[in-house]
Design a protein around this ligand. Structure first.
Ligand SMILES: Cc1cc2nc3c(=O)[nH]c(=O)nc-3n(C[C@H](O)[C@H](O)[C@H](O)COP(=O)(O)OP(=O)(O)OC[C@H]3O[C@@H](n4cnc5c(N)ncnc54)[C@H](O)[C@@H]3O)c2cc1C
Length: 493
């Protein structure tokens, strides 16, 4: 039986693990952390649960190959209830509020009431959100292995998406917002995504929610990761935790196995590097093997930026339905990382009663962080005291702004955790603290990198970094593609 060693027990690595086990391979996952899941995780503080990933899981609507993949690996399926978000997010400005509801017709009505003069653009936007609901992540086989018929089929299945691309494909978020006259509509659009992101990303994200294809599995992110890990083990997979890999052992054009951080050697017929690709080619494999496509992406920091977050979790004494969902509001200036912002968001997790003790709730806020912000945090990360002090200073200011916006929270809210882009680098070896992969800006062509390593026959890549903008479906797809390549490359033996 051929043996596959998988480096990294995130969604990509575990997807590959489950599928290879089912295909009759012997696999072992080596994960550096105590828990599997990687970025798809959560943790406890003071009796509250901080869920740190799934805002929406693309693929919750039955009928797509992605949905079937989620079921196959145990992420979704019988007994996994879904929470249907009522709203995507809500933005407030000058005492007015605009909510992007799950029910897009309700959003249309509210937008038209707010700004009749924007009727044409509003109707166009909502009609195209409807078309964007058909967007799906192709997960059947790697794109470089697709034949013309596969491409025709894919094109047909995404015909409606073609119309979205035609209307919004050559525009960034800033330009999309600029099409509207009403200041709140303009503001709301840039509230959700950095303004150099492509406009269609907004439509696709919102369409995922309105189309019922972006719900949240009950239990949240860590529960989903643990379900996949359980499925992996049920099929005979061996998951090693607290087991970091130091390097891939090469002998000419072949990998012989891996060397663990603890000095142990593990032999393998195939190796899948299912962790951050920058880390892979800086630490696990010689840099010269980095695929050309990835090299291009890392080289151009302007066209392919990555982002992260400065985040905080708050315990609230009481349950306040007026805080349901994700709400963005204006606040007194606050410097977070290298930039000063005047808007902030607050997200409630009240849909999951198990995340807070009875009669209480947990809130989170996430300030988007750029690569310059990452440099800012990195510059004093080694000075632990200063790092902690800086985080605490910001948290104090954020708390004041929360209490100002929601006076009923005064005296009833306190910070239970603060984490920065450095957390993602520490926890997952994440490039520049990013938790999604490269964003394609308007000036750039999107690049998908095949998960093969030219010059080493039996090493494959599986990671969200192979296809922008990353995310859970991409990670799962890349795990599946690595499986596909191994099944093509060799027999089970
Ligand atoms: C705050 C936040 C919100 C998000 N929201 C969403 C969302 O709503 N929807 C969505 O689709 N996605 C979301 N994401 C993104 C999603 O979590 C990631 O895209 C996905 O989890 C990446 O999976 P991965 O397997 O490619 O990488 P990772 O999760 O990074 O997994 C790689 C694994 O490799 C391990 N590893 C690294 N180095 C080594 C080593 N040397 N030895 C052994 N193990 C190693 C790491 O510890 C990690 O477990 C969010 C992420 C965050 C943090």
């Amino acid at each position: 039986m051929k043996k596959v060693v998988i480096i990294g027990g995130g969604i990509a690595g575990m997807t590959a693990g489950v599928l290879l086990q089912k295909a009759g391979f012997k696999t072992e996952i080596y994960e550096k952390n105590a828990l599997p899941g990687g970025q798809c995780t959560g943790w406890k503080r003071e009796g509250y649960f901080i869920d740190n990933c799934i805002h929406w899981l693309t693929g919750t609507r039955p009928g797509s190959a992605l949905h079937e993949l989620w079921k196959e690996i145990g992420a979704l399926g019988d007994g996994v209830e879904l929470y249907e978000k009522e709203m995507f997010f809500s933005s407030g400005l000058d005492a007015q509020t605009l909510t992007f509801w799950r029910d897009k017709e309700r959003t249309r009505r509210e937008m038209l009431e707010l700004s009749p003069e924007d009727a044409e653009e509003i109707n166009k936007l909502i009609d195209h959100v409807s078309l964007a609901e058909t967007m799906t992540v192709p997960v059947e086989k790697p794109f470089d292995a697709m034949n013309p018929i596969d491409f025709i089929k894919m094109g047909m299945s995404m015909k409606a998406m073609g119309k979205v691309m035609k209307a919004y494909g050559n525009m960034d978020i800033h330009e999309l917002a600029g099409r509207f006259h009403h200041p709140l509509i303009r503001r709301a659009i840039v509230d959700y995504m950095p303004d150099d992101y492509q406009a269609y990303a907004f439509l696709v994200s919102y369409g995922t929610v309105t189309g019922g294809n972006g719900d949240i599995p009950k239990g949240g992110s860590l529960a989903m990761s643990l379900r996949i890990a359980e499925t992996y083990k049920e099929h005979g997979g061996v998951l090693h935790t607290n087991a970091g890999v130091k390097t891939v052992l090469l002998n000419g054009k072949k990998a012989e196995g891996v060397l663990l951080e603890n000095g142990e050697r593990v032999e393998a017929d195939y190796v899948i590097c299912a962790c951050d690709t920058d880390f892979t080619f800086r630490r696990l494999l010689p840099e010269k093997y980095m695929p050309a496509g990835l090299r291009k992406l890392y080289a151009d920091r302007e066209k392919y930026p990555v982002s992260s977050g400065f985040q905080m979790a708050f315990a609230v004494d009481g349950v306040f339905p007026e805080l349901t969902g994700t709400r963005v509001f204006s606040c007194e200036e606050i410097t977070v990382g290298s930039r000063t912002v005047k808007r902030m968001s607050v997200q409630s997790y009240d849909y999951e009663p198990g995340f807070a003790p009875e009669g209480k709730m947990i809130l989170q806020t996430n300030f988007s962080q750029t690569e310059s912000d990452y440099e800012y945090w990195q510059s004093f990360y080694s000075d632990k005291e200063r790092y902690a002090q800086k985080k605490a200073e910001i948290a104090e200011q954020v708390l004041q702004r929360m209490e100002k916006e929601y006076p009923f929270l005064a005296g009833k809210i306190h910070v239970i955790d603060i984490w920065s882009p450095m957390t993602y680098t520490r926890y997952c070896n994440a490039y520049h603290g990013a938790y999604m992969s490269f964003v394609t800006t308007k000036q750039a062509k999107s690049i998908t990198v095949p998960g093969v390593v030219k010059g080493i026959d039996n090493v494959f890549l599986a990671s969200q970094w192979l296809m922008g903008p990353g995310g859970l479906p991409t990670a799962a797809a890349m795990g599946k593609f690595a499986t596909w390549r191994i099944m093509r490359a060799g027999s089970r033996g």
